[in-house]
Design a protein around this ligand. Structure first.
Ligand SMILES: Cc1ncc(COP(=O)(O)O)c(C=O)c1O
Length: 395
């Protein structure tokens, strides 16, 4: 058929790719996916990854990263979402219905709690808060459907009594979902942990942090070993139109190769900082689960058997320092930049007023402003010097 130039530009003949081996896989970008014929159109099945049908369903690029993340975390199936929070919301909207009870740790990632409170108000879901260090505070009723875990928890970094909590939830057929962003699939295997070989049902991971590693890409994942759970999530994922860009996936995939090296380097620097921070008189408390003095240390040890920990460490300033003082401290930092998130090359700092963040009373936490340091890839001695010079504004 003879074609006009404009048509030729659109329908240029394409050669099928030769067998070519590159370090990184080819990137597919797709909204429309072209079917070979009507047979392929009518015989496709939504639950088959390889029945490509539309961009939101997935492409070889997205399925490839999903498989890698499932493997990283010790699971079988994975779905990608445009952010960690979107992955959390996918789990909540998939498994919670009117009248269900959901249990959340008091130190859970704040926006997860906020999302659940929103579901409570609008859809009659009952949100219950438990102390992650006290399994007795988790008292599920027969309506309990989902238990959210986070190890270590946000900002105050307590490592939960994961073994006791998961055992108790399993005994009552309650789904367990772990926010695995801190462990990142490297600190422990959420699908086979502790000497008891326990497994959570689902993990959520903010790939925005360590897997992206650049502080520039947002993405999240939900992993499971259970095909039926995966299919439920896959349906909801499609109905909500959740999808990720092939280009973003390629960037995350590129960074995955160096993820373990970065994680270990940042953990190592965080431990060096921990030792130094503990000697500083201006802090009333330094919070890190690998610290033998930490209240949750034994729970961390029971699960993180290879003694891994992420690059986060928090301090509580002596209560004599006001919020204004701590703002001055943060503003005086030069290498640590003021910003949310973690896992990137640049060290970050954030300040928090704990009294506005917790609903239970935690006697192990001192009063005072909390500052969280997220360690990047700078030299740890330079980071220590930076904190030291910023502390001098409080003299
Ligand atoms: C523990 C934890 N989970 C989930 C998220 C959400 O990830 P994202 O920023 O990709 O939405 C964050 C973000 O800071 C987090 O710290």
């Amino acid at each position: 058929m003879k074609k006009n130039r404009q048509t030729q530009l659109i329908h240029a003949p394409r050669k099928a790719p030769q067998s070519i081996h590159t370090v990184q896989p080819a990137v597919y970008r797709a909204s429309t996916i072209i079917f070979n014929n009507t047979n392929a159109l009518f015989n496709r099945h939504w639950s088959d990854d390889y029945d490509y049908s539309y961009g939101t369903h997935g492409t070889p690029t997205t399925f490839n990263l999903a498989d890698q993340i499932a493997q990283l975390e010790g699971g079988e199936y994975c779905l990608l979402a445009p952010s960690g929070l979107s992955a959390i919301n996918l789990v909540n909207s998939c498994f919670l219905s009117h009248g269900d009870e959901v249990w959340v740790a008091d130190n859970i990632y704040g926006p997860n709690m906020e999302h659940l409170r929103n579901l409570q108000t609008r859809y009659g879901i009952c949100v219950k808060v438990y102390n992650p260090l006290d399994v007795h505070s988790f008292q599920p009723s027969e309506k309990a459907k989902l238990l959210w875990l986070e190890a270590a928890g946000s900002v105050t970094l307590e490592f939960p009594d994961l073994v006791a909590l998961v055992k108790k939830a399993q005994a009552q057929n309650i789904l367990t979902a772990l926010d695995n962003t801190w462990g990142a699939g490297l600190a422990f295997n959420a699908f086979d942990f502790s000497d008891a070989h326990l497994s959570v049902d689902l993990t959520v991971h903010a790939l925005t942090k360590y897997p992206s590693g650049g502080g520039d890409i947002l993405m999240g994942s939900v992993v499971t070993r259970d095909k039926a759970l995966h299919h439920q999530l896959f349906r909801m994922h499609a109905l909500q139109g959740i999808s990720v860009s092939g280009d973003d996936v390629a960037q995350v995939q590129r960074s995955l190769a160096s993820m373990q090296l970065r994680y270990e380097a940042q953990s190592h620097s965080a431990l060096k900082l921990l030792d130094w921070l503990k000697q500083q008189a201006k802090f009333s408390q330094v919070l890190h689960p690998a610290d033998p003095d930490n209240i949750s240390h034994s729970y961390w040890q029971a699960v993180c058997q290879e003694q891994h920990s992420a690059g986060l460490v928090s301090v509580i300033f002596d209560a004599k320092y006001s919020l204004q003082d701590i703002r001055q401290f943060c503003d005086a930092l030069q290498l640590f930049k003021l910003g949310f998130s973690w896992g990137g090359p640049v060290s970050l700092v954030m300040l928090y007023e704990l009294q506005h963040m917790r609903s239970l009373e935690h006697t192990h936490l001192q009063s005072g402003i909390l500052v969280r340091f997220c360690i990047g890839l700078e030299d740890s001695q330079d980071l220590i010097q930076d904190i030291q010079q910023a502390l001098s504004v409080l003299d």
